[in-house]
Design a protein around this ligand. Sequence first.
Ligand SMILES: Nc1nc2c(ncn2[C@@H]2O[C@H](COP(=O)(O)OP(=O)(O)OP(=O)(O)O)[C@@H](O)[C@H]2O)c(=O)[nH]1
Length: 512
Amino acid sequence: MALGFIKKVFTFGREKPAEEQAPAEDLTGVDAPVVDVSPASEPAEPASPPSVPSGHLPDEGGDRLEGEAPVEQEAQSQADASGAKEIEAAETSGSLEVESQEQPEDRQAIEPEQPADPEANVVSEEHPIEPISSLVGEMSDRTEGGEEASANSDLSSKNAETPTAPEPSFETSEPSVEAPNLPKGFSTAASAPEPVPEAPKQKLSWFQRLRAGLARTSSQLSGQIAALFTKRKLDDQTLQDLEDLLIQADLGVETAMRVTDTLASERYGKDVTSEDVGRIMAQEIAKVLKPVAKPLQLDLSHKPHVILVVGVNGTGKTTTIGKLAAKLSGAGLKVTLAAGDTFRAAAIEQLKIWADRTKSDFIGTKLGADAAGLAFDAFQQAKANKSDVLIIDTAGRLQNKAELMAELEKIVRVLGKLDPDAPHTVLQTLDATTGQNALNQVEIFRNVAGVNGLIMTKLDGTARGGILVAISAKHKLPVYFIGVGEGVDDLEPFEAEDFAHAIAGTGAVNSQ
Ligand SMILES: Nc1nc2c(ncn2[C@@H]2O[C@H](COP(=O)(O)OP(=O)(O)OP(=O)(O)O)[C@@H](O)[C@H]2O)c(=O)[nH]1
């Protein structure tokens, strides 16, 4: 392919390509591509504001349960046919890959003539793009075991499931921007989400799934509570035993004390049933969770609203991005996904499959390339293609690896050069099975990357779901969604009451 054409593709959407080659200090002066937000200038955008479908997206292969095998085959064949091919091409050519769902002919693997790193002239020695072979050792730092990394590498087809329509409820934050009907779990400052009646059966089904997911947490706890309160009046020793029990269940000291204090004030010296304890526990847990159960607020005046997703390896970043993209694009928003996890080929492939499935644009680069450079380019491309939302994946990293955390800091810094407010949302995914370590993860990622919202994954089947209560009490960061499975539907807006009841093993209030 002629080099001239390749250059054009590489600089797609950039008005001043020469400036992009400037050193980092000059980046503040880089003119971001002018984004015309008027609908008329967006030929590929829907003529009417995005609307939330009431049912599922058009079925592309059956739902998760019924169509699992075909979807996996399809995902695998897609990976073989396109994703893997392009990634392979990118790996060998050192390319930046930009795929537009609207302009598939623009998908090219190209030779960059300049470093992808926008700070390259300044930091190239500090953060050189490393050969893949040298990354192998470093990748072992990012994973607690080789098995996990290789296990994750097999996930792409597993995760490529047909997206289904989001439950309605988004908000946008700028009055001047036409607010779409956002899926449930998102909001904007300007408009309250329109209450859309939901089928009770579907909602109940969700709560049943939440209950099932947290069954190990709640049954373990309620079994111990029942044993503690058999034929005993409430005295100091019982209260102390209960407090210990709640702390062991990862709920945290603060919440454990709230429960015992309330219980003591109501029932001290009297008979207590495990139902009494469950009721008070649900009530006190809900009090802790309500202030953090918030919708993810999108400011669509940014065009795009940039969401950076960070977290320890294997916590579910890529899967969660796919689930979010399905919700957003299902609501009619234009979404771009950027594969900032440049350390794991399977992660790039996995995100590419999610982009295809969710009809999102995809931006990737070669394995081992500078992640901050990719984030910078992705931001420019997402501006140029008038995306509403850009979601950037990052490589998993242990919070105690200073060098890797510095890389994350650099991604945030570089995005801020194109928009001082970017990234507008820094989402951290937390694996519920981690237990107490998650508290420390939030502390460090928050300090380094400015995490301003959480998503807890893998709440299905863990006995450690109580940790979300301790994290909420300590960090008070918004919890936007929770993941209760690997499928595209298995991400739900976080509901304080539902969660509290599911943990306490009591009846749901919201979901009935
Ligand atoms: N059971 C369950 N599995 C999940 C959930 N979310 C993600 N997973 C699975 O967790 C594994 C890791 O998910 P990824 O999305 O690859 O995690 P990641 O954080 O991107 O991983 P790295 O790129 O290695 O940092 C995959 O097998 C996912 O399918 C969830 O809510 N429940």
